[in-house]
Ligand binder design. Sequence first.
Ligand code: PLP
Length: 377
Amino acid sequence: MAQANPIPLVDLKAAHAEIAEEVAAGFERVLATTGFVGGPEVAAFEQEFAAFSGVRHCVGVANGTDAVELALRAAGVRRDDEVVLPANTFIATAGAVARLGAVPVLVDCDPDSYLIDVQAALAAVGPRTAAVLPVHLYGQHAAVEELTEKLAGTDVRVVEDAAQCQGATRNGRGAGVGGIAATSFYPGKNLGAYGDGGAVVTDDPQLARQVRALANHGGLTKYSHDMVGFNSRLDALQAVVLRAKLRRLPQWNAARRAAAVRYAELLDDVPGIVLPPTLEGNEHVWHLYVVRVEAFDGDRVRRDALVSALNAQGIGAGVHYPAALHLTPAFAHLGYPEGAFPHAEAAAARLISLPLHPHVTEAQQRRVAEALATALG
Ligand SMILES: *Cc1c(COP(=O)(O)O)cnc(C)c1O
């Protein structure tokens, strides 16, 4: 029975099996000290993740949404400022902007990579714009160099949402290099904790201090409060998990890349789907393997039927994301009509995420490809 052998979208059990002993030993170390928030495990993880990311500073925080908000705040974004971001992203990107009282200004995505349309983003920059917030979606970097170059020397900051691209590079550089980036350690991310977690990375010591103070009740030392802050910190048990997983991340990302190559081979002659591209200059880490269902007989209906058919066979196909931000109730008040961002809307109607993670097997991928071919045949 297919159902007896489900193929999960992500396999956190297989990942845990690799690190179980290290995690147990690390938990014992933390329990022995009862230092649960911050402390040496968190400091060590911050150093290790900064080195891994090729930046000077990493500040661990409570989750990725906080990381985006804290990065924006540290970069100087204030209430009523505008922040330009793509309509095709996870809700949290815009949620972080709205939570600080700033206004999300949405732009469309590129029709092939589904990443922020950089020309549209530049065109959306106006007198009230404080930042542009590109999202490195699905595991690869958006081509932000033109954005960075054109905005250099202006008051508009580039803050990167790097929640889905731990280990990815563009032209050899990771997110946050020369600027500031936010990431998430939600369990399903490429580097996932056993609960919520996140981080801000930057080369700039001032920005790092600002994030750390904001995240720690507005001060760097106990009972010093220079401003009203958050309580948004990484805890020591999560740091133990993240340290163990970070050691394997290069190898796990390589396994994801190998699986993506295999899908490209297996799906090459399946009609009616378009495979995900890798932008030139990018090292992709395949957080999600997203294929587009071509619309020969209706977009969303056909896509949703395909997802249901796969799910019925125990294949954990998913949709990232079923609605472009402007068509979610949470952001209806921004006033963008249906049709405002045709490529983001097409992405929401046509994309399917196939099971891909470091432990996916060739046999599982074959079953996914066969199920897709049958359903589309
Ligand atoms: C996961 C994610 C976030 C938010 O991270 P949380 O840790 O879930 O708060 C933000 N942006 C993107 C693109 C994400 O995928």
